[in-house]
Design a protein. Structure first.
Lengths: 293, 796
């Protein structure tokens, strides 16, 4: 379990990093937190010949929160974002999701943007970005583009990033008024990838009836599966929502696989259970939020 | 004896070193050594057509590449079959490097030696092996059909077939007793594969001393003495020219008692051949596919019983998956089939097992060593009998217990040591009483009803076991008191973190009457003690503990004799306290043990003030006798061995309360209680630690761990991402109580404790989940997905 040979680049600025990546083209790979890449290298499952380590690029170690949302730089560690009171105040789903990302030592090292680019359909952060309709900013030598979450996650372990590009930041929109979020998942062990997971966002009207409800499902599709269940919830307070219809609507949209940890049937069942639990949590949080306004 | 340390919760002396990174594990040694890596089979069953190494030859830093064809003499032969048994009619072992056929994914084919491990792995990746695919055999029930063979010359894939039968007291066979019983049940049970998974994998580091023509081998092993003999034999070296040392070892749990592993003879061989230091450190992926697994069995049970739940006849047929090879013989199924009876007296018993080859990693003992499967079988049987009769599960068990006055109790079977299975002592009714009190068994129905009212499902489970521990043939101990008053204890068996340095020091300090700080302990170093068997079968404390106690008693007797001379006293009037020999009741008439050590060794040459007392003009010795009297030896040291007539039988009972989520089917252990009886406790804290670790591994086996092979013999979860061992977050707080029923078989009255914790856990969790769900549980482990599937099946 030793990686095959590679050339190692340690740029100290975004420009240097982009130059290295441009030169490397399809043979380049960015090393940030390394929580997925290093095991893949050691098991020789990936073999990039050019490794661009961005850990010395201080300008990427940023985290800003304003009324519009939270922008997370490429070097912001999970733990930093999780602990940020400002980020949590603007978008509580971040902290809710990050608490479920692996273990503290992994969160100390792993980065939010790295997790997004890795695009594991079992990971929490892609679901959070997709649910909120966020975006990822991709830089290349001489240019930059902002890719919406809906276009960013292409398939299992596949995002829209192109050779030569560096994901420099991700943007998570702020929580709308009278809204609440929640993240629920079932993992085999504490901190494991979810067997199934669910991020939920609920917005209420002034009478505390649900006007908008969305979930993003984890581990049951090629990427995060966003389902709008506003209609199924039917502009009612959470207590009188026909939950069977809501969970059926979610279950209809997913296509889970069987693996060694769970049958597809169990994942489908669990997704419904978690959708109901997460939506109820989110609605409850929305009520609390509305009371503060 | 005033220095009483035996029985005290003395803090582990090794911990400061081990938890502050000061341990010296295999990979910490020989930083400049060459590295070895292996090309291993990616296929479960294939014939090797050709090995093309040419592309690897250009790798910068490559030193050597070896295949089977390069191996000389005994090295080219199959590895030893360590434990031959008459029933193992078709024992088969692997070659150190595959000769013609590979029989499981991970089997080593080529060894590469290079300047470092990176380069060695680069070279491995460039070696091209051409295979002819053979049909893989996976799963015992498919294997036993014998359509495709793992070994061409083993018909039906049956390595061993064995039957043991114990008739009832009135002479009925199990079949007759079952036929005549008022009630009968018949069912099938399944247990999945798991593995030891020590934190540190295997590893070997060898240095050849060309000047001395000698070899020093470090191995992360559970038996350095036996590795030494194997290396000397395989390399054709004189035994005194080979030394083997087990450094700090990061866990073993059974896998490291198997030896010699291919690497344990290949690395020393290459080190000598190249006259270079070479090291191989197993990585986790190698450990998954090329070491050993355990547990997998399919059991068919027939039981006949009366209205009280007394078992009148029990007939068990076991298909045991031994993987591709049988280097450790059939110890695992023998233990399953004999320890299955647990604390019970069964009317008539028949057990039959077949040990079956499959194209999977070989099966050798893993902590518990066949007992978890046996206990699962017996305890599932007890629960089914109770359910059938509508009786309390503990009542049915109690109705079958061997009584406290029935010891020694002969189960009528032959145990893993080839000796009669005779329980030496125990008190099962008292254990059960303590357990029921600890877990609150009698008040549980109320608790369950309250939970149900809140929409929660909880269940309680129980499991009992008896564990044969302290298996022979022997261990030895050597104790030397040097002229500085220090006590040096050595024993040949090895340590993997159990706390031997502490408990052996407690025993020596207690026996000799010295402060524990004066005692140092060395294990697993053949330079210090050459005769030993190894660490397995919960035997270290029983075997080496007693041997060290006996050696200490010899030293003490000699010390008192010499001190008596010096003090002009009767040895029978002397005591040793805090390292000082003194006349009982007259503390002023005393001599330090250090001085006794000086006097024990008549000197011509003094090396300090103290030792002048032992020189020839000091007047210390009588002119009537030679300085070293007949029958005496110089020095204050002693060596003794302990060889038991039979194993000693520890026992225990566990109970758990679990909660199952009605929607997600998640299973949570709310409480876990253990009553444990390992005879006299040397160190209750260390025993508790052993229990905790064992239960943690048991929780893994019950709820998380399985080796998932596909039909092609590929291990689908050969990493810690998908092979799920419980984290601290999955292990419940463990409540323990101790019962001390001394063993009459050994001087210290102790029994083994190492494996106990793991043994009944699967049975206990199955019992509890079954109670919560009212669904029969007949296979382990059980995952939420499995439970969900069972619920759906029941609903249909």
């Amino acid at each position: 379990m030793k990686p095959p040979p590679f050339d190692y680049h340690a740029p100290v600025s975004v420009d240097e990093a982009l130059e290295a990546l441009a030169e490397a083209g399809p043979h380049g790979k960015v090393l940030a937190g390394g929580q997925s890449l290093i095991p893949l290298l050691n098991m020789r499952l990936v073999a990039p010949s050019q490794l661009v380590d961005i850990n010395r690029v201080g300008e990427l170690d940023t985290l800003t929160a304003d009324a519009g949302g939270v922008r997370v730089g490429a070097l912001a560690r999970h733990a930093t974002v999780e602990r940020s009171a400002e980020a949590a105040a603007v978008q509580p789903l971040l902290r809710q999701a990050l608490a479920l990302v692996a273990h503290p030592v992994i969160r100390n090292r792993g980065t939010v943007v790295g997790s997004l680019v890795h695009a594991d359909p079992s990971a929490e952060m892609p679901a959070a970005l997709a649910l909120l309709g966020g975006s990822v900013r991709l830089a290349r030598l001489g240019g930059e583009r902002e890719v919406a979450a809906a276009d960013f996650f292409i398939g299992p372990m596949e995002s829209a990033i192109e050779p030569g590009e560096l994901a420099v930041s991700a943007f998570f929109p702020a929580l709308p008024p009278r809204s609440g979020t929640a993240f629920r998942e079932v993992a085999r062990r504490h901190g494991d990838y979810a067997v199934a997971g669910m991020a939920a966002l609920v917005t209420l009207d002034e009478d505390l009836r649900i006007v908008s409800a969305r979930v993003a499902c984890v581990s049951v599709g090629p990427g995060p599966v966003v389902v709008d269940v506003s209609d199924a919830c039917g502009r009612r307070p959470a207590a009188s929502v026909p939950w069977d219809a809501v969970t059926a609507a979610v279950r209809d949209r997913i296509d889970p696989d069987e693996d060694i940890h769970a049958t597809a049937e169990y994942r489908r069942h669990l997704t419904g259970v978690l959708a109901e639990r997460a939506l109820k949590d989110a609605a409850r949080n929305a009520v609390t939020e509305a009371a503060h306004e | 004896m005033t220095t009483k340390l035996f029985g005290e919760p003395v803090r582990r002396r090794e911990d400061a070193r081990l938890v502050t990174g000061q341990g010296r594990y295999l990979d910490d040694l020989g930083p400049g050594a060459l590295a070895a890596a292996f090309v291993r089979s990616p296929h479960a069953h294939a014939r090797i057509r050709d090995i093309d190494v040419s592309a690897a030859l250009d790798v910068d830093g490559l030193v050597a590449i070896y295949t089977w064809e390069d191996l000389p003499g005994a090295l080219a032969e199959p590895l030893p079959l360590l434990i031959p048994h008459p029933a193992l009619t078709h024992g088969r072992t692997a070659y150190p490097l595959a000769k013609d056929v590979v029989r499981h994914v991970g089997e080593p084919i080529v060894m590469v030696v290079a300047e470092d491990r990176y380069i060695a792995e680069d070279a491995c990746a460039l070696i091209d092996v051409e295979y002819e695919f053979l049909k893989p055999v996976v799963g015992v029930e498919e294997a036993v059909q014998g359509v495709h063979l793992v070994h061409e010359d083993v018909p039906g894939n049956v390595g061993a077939h064995m039957v043991q039968e114990v008739p009832s007291r009135d002479g009925r066979s199990a079949a007759e007793a079952i036929a005549a019983a008022p009630h009968t049940l018949e069912f099938r049970l399944d247990i999945e594969r798991s593995a030891c998974m020590p934190l540190e994998g295997k590893g070997v580091y060898a240095r050849w001393d060309a000047d001395d023509q000698s070899l020093r081998v470090y191995s992360s092993t559970q038996t350095s003495t036996s590795v030494r003999m194997a290396v000397a034999a395989k390399l054709g070296l004189p035994l005194p020219k080979v030394e083997v040392i087990a450094p700090d070892v990061g866990g073993g749990f059974g896998v490291k008692i198997v030896h010699p592993w291919p690497e344990e003879i290949l690395i020393p061989w290459a080190a000598r051949l190249l006259d270079r230091e070479i090291k191989w450190t197993e990585d986790r992926r190698e450990h998954f596919v090329s070491s050993a697994h355990e547990r997998a069995q399919v059991q068919h049970v027939r039981v006949g019983f009366d209205d009280e739940g007394r078992v009148l006849g029990l007939d068990v047929t076991i298909l045991h998956d031994n993987g591709a090879y049988t280097p450790y013989g059939i110890i695992v199924p023998i233990i399953t089939s004999t320890q299955l009876l647990g604390p019970y007296k069964i009317g008539a018993y028949r057990v039959e097992f077949s040990s079956i080859y499959t194209n999977t990693v070989q099966v050798t003992p893993y902590r518990g060593a066949g007992r978890p499967q046996g206990v699962f079988c017996m305890e599932r049987t007890m629960d089914r009998v109770a359910a059938y009769l509508g009786r309390d599960r503990t009542e049915v068990r109690a109705a079958n217990f061997i009584g406290p006055d029935e010891f020694p109790y002969d189960q009528g079977l032959i145990f893993q040591d080839g000796r009669p299975l005779i329980y030496d002592s125990g008190n099962y009714p008292e254990s059960l009483r303590m357990l029921k009190e600890l877990i609150g068994w009698d008040s549980f129905p109320e608790m369950k009803a309250r939970a149900a009212a809140d929409g929660r499902r909880i269940g309680i489970g129980v499991g009992c076991y008896v564990e044969g521990t302290g298996v022979g043939p022997y261990e030895g101990g050597h104790v030397q008191v040097t002229s500085d008053g220090r006590v040096h204890v050595s024993t040949g068996l090895t340590s993997q973190g159990q706390g031997h340095e502490t408990v052996f020091a407690q025993i020596a300090a207690t026996e000799l009457g010295v402060p524990i700080e004066k005692v140092s302990v060395v294990t697993g170093d053949t330079r210090r003690f050459g005769y030993a068997v190894g660490t397995f079968a919960s035997r270290a404390a029983v075997m080496s503990g007693n041997a060290i106690a006996l050696a200490c008693r010899k030293v003490r007797e000699k010390a008192l004799r010499i001190a008596a001379d010096a003090l002009e006293a009767d040895p029978r009037d002397l005591e040793i306290t805090d390292g000082i020999v003194h006349v009982a009741g007259t503390p002023s008439a005393s001599i330090p043990l250090a001085t006794v050590a000086v006097l024990s060794n008549p000197l011509r040459y003094a090396f300090d003030e103290e030792t002048k007392r032992a020189t020839q003009f000091s007047g210390a010795s009588s002119m009537d006798r030679p300085p070293v009297d007949e029958g005496e030896e110089p020095g204050l040291e002693g060596r003794d061995y302990y060889s038991p007539i039979r194993s000693t039988f520890a026992s225990g009972m566990h109970a758990a309360i679990v909660e199952t989520d009605p929607e997600t089917a998640e299973i949570t252990i709310l409480r876990y209680a253990v009553v444990h009886d390992c005879g006299k406790l040397i160190n209750p804290m260390i025993v508790e630690g052993q229990i905790h670790g064992g239960v943690a591994q048991g929780v893994g086996g019950a709820l998380y761990e399985k080796m998932v092979y596909d039909e092609y013999g590929q291990l689908l979860n050969a990493s810690f991402m998908d092979f799920l061992m419980p984290y601290a977050t999955e292990v419940p707080r463990i409540e323990t109580a101790h019962l001390e029923t001394p063993s009459p078989l050994n001087p210290l009255g102790i029994k083994g404790a190492g494996e106990a914790g793991v043994i009944p856990v699967s049975a206990v969790i199955a019992s509890a989940v079954e109670d919560a769900e009212a669904i029969p549980i007949d296979r382990m482990p059980i995952s939420p997905s499995d439970l969900h599937t069972l619920r759906l099946r029941l609903a249909r």
